[in-house]
Design a protein around this ligand. Structure first.
Ligand SMILES: NC(=O)c1ccc[n+]([C@@H]2O[C@H](COP(=O)([O-])OP(=O)(O)OC[C@H]3O[C@@H](n4cnc5c(N)ncnc54)[C@H](OP(=O)(O)O)[C@@H]3O)[C@@H](O)[C@H]2O)c1
Length: 295
């Protein structure tokens, strides 16, 4: 299939590399053009604008920072919707508020395109391997059209309702993880005087009732951060996490709800960013509070 990826940041690049490997004819575009180079080397065609990309492919995938990025890439003067959209499938995977996806879906449909939102759980590694967890919002027939491609990007994809439903569930599934990083930091404050091996401690906590999946997947990286060592290339950094938490708060506010744990967690992530940790992976966050509490 001819597939375009408009925006090859960390997630977009990993998805593009996977789709090239899966045998698709992939075209890419990115605002900062240097990010397209490794993909061009791997066989992708590079478009000079989102509009050009839309003209060349049957399906477009986007996974961008926020609503402003979506507006620029879809609605800009040489955006996706300035290109040929009729009959084309747009799969939108960014983490944004539901109403942003609903508004975008209307604009895509007005141009004759087919719109499926499918924000994802899982980070760069799973994206590279086609093992994301997708939560799709779409009309039934639109989801059916997107499903074969989604199945190649995701280890599991669930159709959870109309456009907007995926964004709601995506924000919900990220919430416990992002609050958990701070819960783990506070748990560590209570037991660090035991001077246990942190790798062992993460493995042990993963075997307890309060141990989430992230400890199984990222336990060694978190242990490295607690030891003051670099846990590796940042995949989901503290600044991006702050964006997700702020999106959750905005969404709750719109429905008259409050999220006190998220509010508090965001203030701590903000502190960490102010201390210069914003570009560090989230795996560093459990080390942030203990580093402050030591002072
Ligand atoms: N990282 C993760 O583990 C993860 C996991 C699941 C979901 N997500 C979600 O996936 C999305 C992307 O995350 P990421 O980690 O891949 O972020 P990233 O590496 O920072 O990439 C962001 C992409 O958005 C583009 N962009 C931002 N603002 C733009 C604008 N105004 N105009 C045009 N392009 C713009 C960037 O272009 P430039 O390169 O030119 O800046 C880049 O292609 C976010 O919504 C995030 O919440 C991330």
């Amino acid at each position: 299939m001819r597939v375009g990826i408009a925006g090859v940041g960390r997630m977009g690049a990993a998805i593009a590399a996977h789709l090239i490997e899966a045998g698709h004819a992939v075209t890419v575009w990115n605002r900062a053009p240097e990010k397209t180079r490794p993909l061009a080397d791997a066989g992708a065609k590079v478009a000079s604008s989102p509009a050009e990309l839309a003209g060349e492919v049957e399906a477009v995938v986007t996974i961008l920072t926020n609503r402003e990025a979506l507006a620029a890439v879809y609605e800009g003067p040489s955006g996706l919707l300035a290109g040929e959209a009729r009959g084309k499938l747009f799969i939108e995977m960014s983490t944004v508020q539901p109403h942003d996806e609903v508004a975008l879906a209307e604009k895509v449909r007005a141009k004759g395109g087919i719109f499926v939102e499918c924000p994802v759980g899982g980070t760069v590694g799973p994206a590279r391997q086609g093992k994301l967890l997708g939560v799709a919002g779409a009309a039934k027939e639109d989801f059916a059209r997107a499903k074969p491609l989604l199945d190649q990007m995701c280890r599991r994809v669930e159709h959870v309702g109309p456009v907007g439903a995926g964004a709601s569930l995506k924000l919900a599934l990220n919430l416990p993880l992002l609050v958990y990083y701070q819960a783990l930091a506070e748990a560590y404050v209570l037991c660090r005087h035991l001077k246990l091996d942190n790798k062992w401690l993460m493995e042990f906590l993963s075997d307890t009732s309060g141990g989430p999946n992230v400890l199984k997947n990222r336990g060694p990286a978190i242990a490295a951060a607690l030891d003051g060592n670099d846990p590796g290339t940042p995949n989901f950094d503290i600044d991006m996490i702050r964006k997700d938490l702020a999106t959750m708060l905005a969404q709750a506010k719109a429905s008259g709800a409050t999220l006190p744990l998220v509010e508090k967690a965001l203030s701590i992530y903000d502190d960490a960013a102010n201390a210069g940790w914003g570009k560090r992976d989230g795996a560093w966050l459990p080390a942030y509070w203990p580093s402050r509490a030591q002072r």
